[in-house]
Design a protein around this ligand. Structure first.
Ligand code: DGY
Length: 320
């Protein structure tokens, strides 16, 4: 018997092929399934598993609507702040995520945003789209080098460490704040700063790599943006909930920040359009893991977790 699954969002071709071969699945339309549709489909199909993305918010109330047949909720994301894991566990549900497989893609996008912010990519793209047709002198439209700058990393997990490796290749100095200091072989030369507030004044570039959640909500606010050196660059590929966006906007318009690269926002997809008006911000629509290879690996990892539970094994990425 194939495990019965409800899939909330279409996946890459490779993953869809595996789902058709190995699972008895309700497949979504191109627009995906809403929460109500996931719940309905799970009930009608007596599903054992639901596979969702960060776009499906599963709070305690939503989880309580899932039928008893459901044993595992597999999210195709490393972040799981959209799922109330304790409430799921209390219902006997296994919740799994997809760690590791998106480290490189996410670090690549963080670095892309860092370069785009430092090198005024948004303004250059606007100039070219407007037809260019005016010459620039040696002092016009200058950006900044990343080489020789100090990068502060908030959250030195697997993605933070992948960003640190890229930063070293660009001759940056890397410092980091994490709840606990890493073993030397994981630090790979990065300097641990035991206090976030002490790291900020040294961070000419700051990149966030902590999960969202109660402990880190709005960790970037008026006070902490104010602690950065004037003219710092700010990058966020982690979660919008880490940032007070009014404070970020003020820092970008006052010159406290030179520029920012932002992939995540407090509200998505209806993000704060004030950021789209700022020349010194490079924006992407929450796409850090959006490569064919990585999205396939994420889908397969979610399916591996579902197969684990269906076979009575502990899920490899069980949370909580
Ligand atoms: C993740 O995997 O957490 C990405 O941010 C997508 O939500």
């Amino acid at each position: 018997m194939k495990p019965r699954l409800v899939l909330a969002r279409l996946m890459t071709d490779a993953v869809m092929d595996r789902i058709r071969a190995e699972f008895d699945a309700v497949l979504p339309p191109a627009a995906g399934l809403s929460l109500d549709e996931v719940v309905d489909a799970a009930e009608r199909h007596a599903a054992e598993a639901v596979m969702v993305t960060a776009g499906t918010r599963l709070d305690a109330a939503a989880l309580s609507r899932l039928p008893e047949s459901v044993r595992v909720v597999a999210t195709c994301s490393v972040g799981y702040d959209h799922i109330d894991v304790p409430a799921a566990r209390a219902r006997g549900l296994v919740v799994t995520n997809t760690p590791d497989v998106l480290n490189a893609a996410t670090a690549d996008l963080a670095f892309m945003l860092m370069l785009c912010a430092a090198r005024r990519a948004n303004e250059y793209a606007i100039v070219m789209r407007d037809g260019w047709r005016r010459s620039f002198g040696m002092t016009d439209m200058l950006g900044h080098d990343l080489g020789g700058k100090t990068l502060g990393i908030f959250g030195m997990g697997r993605i933070g460490r992948a960003v640190a490796r890229r930063a070293r290749a660009f001759d940056m100095n890397v410092i980091y704040y994490n709840r606990t200091r890493l073993a030397p072989e994981l630090e790979e030369g990065a300097e641990y700063v035991p206090s976030f507030h002490d790291m900020l004044p040294r961070s000419q570039v700051l990149s966030l790599h902590a999960p969202g959640g109660a402990g880190t909500a709005k960790v970037m606010n008026r006070e902490t943006f104010g602690l950065l050196p004037r003219g710092a660059i700010f990058v966020n590929t982690a979660r919008g909930s880490l940032v007070n966006e009014d404070a970020l906007h003020d820092a970008l318009t006052s010159g406290q920040l030179y520029a920012a690269g932002l992939d995540v926002f407090a509200q998505e997809p209806a993000f704060d359009l004030r950021f789209a008006q700022l020349p010194n911000v490079f924006l992407t629509p929450h796409v850090a893991s959006a490569t064919v290879e990585t999205r396939s690996a994420m889908g397969n990892r979610a399916l591996d977790n579902i197969a684990d539970v269906a076979a009575g094994r502990p899920a490899r990425d069980a949370l909580g």
